[in-house]
Design a protein around this ligand. Structure first.
Ligand code: ATP
Ligand code: MG
Length: 208
C-alpha cells in the first residue's frame, strides 16, 4: 500500500505522521519512506536515526517533483508499504504524491485557519481524483490541545466537505517533538504513554 501524507498547510504534523507510520510499517515488513519535501525534514530524522543506531528503520530516499510519481512507483514495488512525506504547499511534488498513492492521510489542526487552508488542498485532491479515482482520503486531526480536545467546529466543517475523518486524534505533546529530534518514534522513547497509545491506535486504524 502506498500512503501520501499531505496538506498544503505547513507545520500541521505531516513529517511527524509520516515517520511514525513508516517506522511502524518497518516493524511489520519492508517499508519505504519517500521524503518529497525540499526541506528534507524526514531525511534529517532518518540521519539522526542512523546516528542513534535505532532499528528497524524504513528505507529512506529523497525525491522531488515528477520523480515522486515516476521513480516512486518503481521503488515502491519492492516494499510492502510506502509512505510519502509531501511538502507543505501546492507543488508538482504534492500532486505527484497524490497520483502515486492509494491512500492520502491529511493531518489537520482544529483551528479556523486550518479549516480555511483546506480549500486549496481540496481542489488539488479533486484534480488528483480525475487521474487516480480510487484515491482514499482520510483526515487525521493532529496537534489537538489535550486539555480541551475541542474539535467540534472542525468536525462539522470536515463533515460538510464529505471528508472521512479518522477516529484517532493526535494531541499536542512534547513527546512527539522530542522523538523527532532524537531520530525516534514515541514508542521507542517510552516516556509518554498517551502519545504511544494514540499513535498505536492511528496505526491500527489506518491499516484497516
Ligand atoms: N502532535 C504533536 N505534538 C507536539 N508537537 C508536534 C506534534 N506534531 C508535530 N509537532 C511539532 O510541530 C512542528 C511541525 O511538525 P511537522 O514537521 O511534523 O509538520 P509538517 O507538516 O511536516 O511541517 P512542514 O510543513 O514544515 O513540513 C515540529 O516542530 C514538530 O516536532
Ligand atoms: Mg514536513
Amino acid at each position: 500500500m502506498i500512503y501520501a501524507v499531505v496538506n498544503t498547510k505547513g507545520g500541521v504534523g505531516k513529517t511527524t505522521t509520516a515517520v511514525h507510520l513508516a517506522t511502524l510499517f518497518a516493524t511489520h515488513g519492508s517499508s519505504l519512506l519517500i521524503d518529497g519535501d525540499p526541506q528534507a525534514s524526514a531525511a534529517s530524522w532518518a540521519a539522526w536515526r542512523r546516528d542513534a543506531e535505532r532499528s528497524p528503520s524504513p528505507t529512506t530516499t529523497c525525491l522531488s517533483g515528477k520523480a515522486i510519481l515516476a521513480e516512486g512507483k518503481t521503488l515502491a514495488e519492492a516494499f510492502t508499504n510506502t509512505v510519502v512525506d509531501a511538502g507543505g504547499r501546492d507543488s508538482v511534488g504534492l500532486r505527484s504524491a497524490l497520483l502515486l498513492a492509494q491512500r492520502a492521510i491529511v493531518p489537520v489542526g482544529a483551528s479556523n485557519l486550518d479549516a480555511a487552508a483546506m480549500t486549496d488542498l481540496m481542489e488539488v485532491i479533486e484534480l488528483a481524483k480525475d487521474y487516480n479515482p480510487d484515491l482514499d482520503v482520510r483526515v487525521l486531526l493532529t496537534r489537538i490541545d489535550p486539555r480541551t480536545k475541542d474539535t467540534t467546529e472542525m468536525m462539522a466543517f470536515l463533515d460538510e466537505q464529505k471528508l472521512r475523518v479518522l477516529k484517532t486524534q493526535v494531541c499536542e505533546r512534547v513527546a512527539y517533538r522530542r522523538a523527532i529530534g532524537e531520530g525516534a518514534i514515541v514508542s521507542e522513547l517510552g516516556r509518554d504513554q498517551q502519545a504511544i497509545h494514540e499513535i498505536a491506535a492511528f496505526f491500527d486504524e489506518v491499516r484497516r
